[in-house]
Design a protein around this ligand. Structure first.
Ligand SMILES: [Zn+2]
Length: 450
């Protein structure tokens, strides 16, 4: 048996009752939490981490990302989404398995170093000459050691058919469906404690045909995997839906079978009351990406109203081309700030923000029985934040320090009880080597596009 113990730490369990301990322990045995509570543990462990001056929370869950975009940061710096995409599609046309291996490693490392233990990715650019980019992602994710939910994306609505992407970066409907089915068959692991689950994820209403949306939903349900896409991100998307389909984005999604407890949607910034009610009634989840929405000037998602309608809401960093930091912990504060800018100082509390980043994300991914809170029987995915440095010293409320203060350094990040980060450094890979590989991948992609 392997076992890891965190002791002497403040603990925010994020369980249903919001239980917190000023000083307590979390014991993980064979990857699963077996004891959490005040004071000392019931027994010792092989690895003991002293959490004095630290706060233990559930590992954060990232519900939306495009890791490949790590190689195209800081392009189109002042553009709305549609113009930003048009500037980037030609660069992304040069993606290949080497670039994706480099970006997946770099992006997941940044997430690990910001407290994330489970991340999705949404990859939807598959150049014909690019090799097996999905396999490259899986391999890179295994090396970093986070729980990984790659979403096999797709685009089949090129510019010649009225879509946004140029024709040379889209697949045919048949190719997209076949490759998606293959990715699920090859990599999806539904077992408890799974390190890798695949979702089905056509890209967005303006880059995917109605046929592909419908067929993808059928495919996902036949295989018992989840569905993910972008929806209601910008006013331009809403205009596109009204002009082309004569309805709102959520009505469009509903018409195609894209609402339900097995669906989570990225962004949902522009929603009317009926749309919020639909998401709540159907249990459709939302990946809230406040920094990306700000970078592209897209607007502020109605998080308070979504929570009021019992919509599962998680946090996402979104792709690093529209959120260059790519770190998850700062999104706790961004979510709180944005909710308050829209709805006043009572619109979201620090503890609600932490719920979004943990159990809310777990609900989006259908894993709330396994991750997202620190309770016996759940997986040993834990972030241990140092609150004893100059940045947070003297703040009596540790959850407020984490959410309202700057991002704390990590004393440790555990996935299934195994350290992925210790004392602020990645233990599973060399950070400088990841950075060097990313620099070279970014330069090669930029060179190929000129
Ligand atoms: Zn996105």
């Amino acid at each position: 048996m392997t076992s890891t113990l965190i002791e002497n730490a403040a603990i925010a369990t994020v369980d249903a009752a919001g239980t917190e301990y000023a000083r307590g322990h979390v014991l993980v045995e064979d990857g699963v939490i077996t004891s959490v509570g005040a004071g000392g543990p019931p027994r010792r462990a092989e690895l003991v981490i002293d959490g004095t001056g630290c706060l233990a929370t559930p590992g954060l869950v990232n519900t939306h990302h495009h890791l490949y975009q790590w190689a195209t940061r800081a392009y189109a710096q002042d553009s709305i989404l549609f113009d930003w995409l048009k500037a980037l599609y030609p660069v992304w046309a040069g993606l290949d398995a080497d670039v994706v291996y480099a970006t997946t490693g770099a992006g997941l490392a940044a997430l690990a170093l910001s407290g994330c233990t489970t991340s999705t990715d949404h990859h939807y650019v598959f150049p014909r000459e690019g090799g097996d980019v999905f396999a490259a992602q899986v391999e890179a994710a295994r090396a970093i050691g986070l729980r990984f939910h790659p979403c096999r994306g797709s685009m089949d609505l090129g510019a010649s058919q009225g879509g946004l992407p140029p024709d040379n970066v889209v697949e045919t409907t048949e190719q997209a469906l076949a490759a998606t089915a293959e990715a699920v068959d090859m990599y999806h692991d539904p077992s408890p404690g799974s390190m890798l689950r695949v979702a089905v994820a056509p890209c967005s209403p303006f880059s995917v045909t109605e046929d592909l949306m419908r067929e993808a939903a059928s495919l996902a349900r036949a295989k018992g995997v989840r569905l993910h896409t972008h929806l209601a991100e910008t006013v331009e998307e809403e205009e596109f839906c009204r002009e082309r389909f004569d309805c709102t984005p959520v009505q469009y999604a509903e018409r195609l079978g894209w609402v339900g407890p097995d669906v989570w949607l990225a962004h949902t910034v522009h929603l009317d009351d009926a749309s919020i009610a639909t998401l709540g009634a159907t249990g459709t989840g939302v990946a809230h990406c406040p920094s990306s929405n700000a970078r592209l000037g897209a607007g502020i998602a109605p998080v308070r109203a979504l929570l009021g309608a019992n919509v599962p809401v998680g946090l996402g960093v979104d792709g690093a081309a529209s959120q260059e930091a790519g770190r998850l912990a700062p999104e706790l504060r961004q979510a709180l700030y944005f909710a308050r800018l829209a709805g006043g100082p009572a619109a979201l509390t620090a503890r609600e923000a932490l719920r979004l980043g943990t159990i809310g994300g777990a609900r989006c991914l259908g894993r709330e029985a396994e991750i997202g809170s620190l309770e016996p029987g759940k997986l040993g995915d834990i972030a241990l934040w140092r609150l004893d440095t100059l940045a947070h010293a003297g703040i009596a409320d540790p959850v407020a320090a984490l959410v309202l203060g700057t991002e704390p350094p990590l004393a440790a990040l555990l996935v299934a009880g195994a350290p992925v980060v210790r004392d602020g450094r990645l233990t599973t890979a060399d950070e400088d080597a990841l950075a060097a590989r990313l620099t070279s991948a970014s330069a090669r992609l930029a060179g190929a596009a000129t």
